[in-house]
Design a binder for this molecule. Structure first.
Ligand code: GDP
Ligand code: MG
Length: 163
């Protein structure tokens, strides 16, 4: 059975880096599909033996008249609705910021399965943030480095019960 994973979290935590690592060049195949908006990118991911659809919440970085909070909420809620499972990414180096709490609340209230990930955790720089992540009330955080490809087998293990 195939499933859809939504990568959510505030800007700059590494969502797109992870999306690109999971999807690679296969994004080009889905780019022109109707219904794929500029703010939600969709691709076919491969992780070892798993094949699944992955959604990246983009577009939050651009300035518009609407408040970032409002857009964050709307976009995240839309992505969560489309997903079977959500990967909530925080920046382990920055720790838990107030904006992260907004996402945590949306996810806790959704009926979706949530995997919490502390990204940028290569080396020792993310240790404190990894511990802080428990305070979000979403279980044990995965230790990831999207840029360096660390934590991918742990992500695979976390996804296997859903697949
Ligand atoms: P997004 O806004 O959440 O999509 O974040 P991006 O994927 O655009 O990444 C934001 C910045 O964080 C970029 O400069 C990335 O190179 C950097 N970044 C992403 N993943 C990692 C990581 O695992 N470790 C470190 N040190 N930097 C990362
Ligand atoms: Mg992005």
């Amino acid at each position: 059975m195939s499933f859809t994973l939504a990568i959510v979290g505030r800007p700059n935590v590494g969502k797109s880096t992870l999306f690109n690592r999971l999807v690679g060049k296969r994004l080009a195949l889905v780019d022109d599909q109707p219904g794929v908006t500029r703010d939600l990118r969709e691709g076919e991911a491969r992780l070892a033996d798993l094949r699944f659809t992955v959604i990246d919440t983009a577009g939050l970085e651009e300035a518009t008249d609407e408040s970032l909070q409002g857009r964050m909420r709307k976009l995240t809620e839309r992505a969560v609705q489309m997903a079977d499972v959500c990967l909530f990414v925080i920046d382990a180096r920055a720790g838990v910021l107030p904006a992260d709490e907004v996402f945590a609340e949306i996810l806790r209230r959704s009926s979706r399965h949530v995997i919490l990930a502390a990204n940028k955790a290569e080396g020792r720089a993310g240790e404190a943030g990894l511990v802080e992540a428990y305070s979000l009330g979403l279980g044990e955080p995965l230790r990831l480095s999207a840029e360096h490809g660390e934590g991918m087998s742990e992500l695979l293990t976390a996804l296997h019960p859903i697949a």
